[in-house]
Design a protein around this ligand. Sequence first.
Ligand code: SF4
Length: 230
Amino acid sequence: MAGAYIHIPFCEHICYYCDFNKVFIEGQPVDDYVDMLIREFQLVMAEHPDEPIETIYVGGGTPTTLSPAQLQRLLDGIHQYLPFKGGEFTFEANPNDLQDTAKLQVLKDNGVNRLSIGVQSFNDQILKKIGRIHRSADVYRAIDNARQVGFENISIDLIFRLPDQSEEDFMDSLTKALALDLPHYSTYSLILERKTIFYNLMRQGKLRLPCKTLKRICIKRRLIVSKRRV
Ligand code: SF4
């Protein structure tokens, strides 16, 4: 089975824990990047003319930093050059980009059928501390908007073992996430990667992380959550 992963490396803000392949969007040649992606679709498919693509995943960075017009151009290119017959078509999104339905409508109208939303926590203090620019109210609005446009297959990510996070705090976020009754949840332990702000703070002794017990508890409970959702 062939799947396409399409990377959009732009972000409106750089989170303190992030070592993904990303750049701050301001001043970047975003239109040129979209054009080059479409050119790459053509080149790759010229080498594999008979290979149908069964899933598409557009990740980042933050794919929803693209404007509605840039999203439309990218989606036109996907449908023109990738032989995609309508399997799972996922877009990663940040809650702050979904505060109205403009981008969601473009995605829905062009066959995207799954959203993966980076929530990370429902605690506004923690969100601020890890460098996220959305707040918990934005998450609820984003999910309402997505449902209003017709998205049902929505997944959210949470991170545990964040600086100054207690077990109770993480469980509170998890409870709020589950109350949204979504089909899929992912939880990840914070990993301190080199070249991140958190890594530098840790080296300077300025990062207070919860003890390892929280990590063990969360991993154990993640298994329980997964079973429940199945
Ligand atoms: S975590 Fe996501 S939104 Fe934050 S900097 Fe990394 S790619 Fe961008």
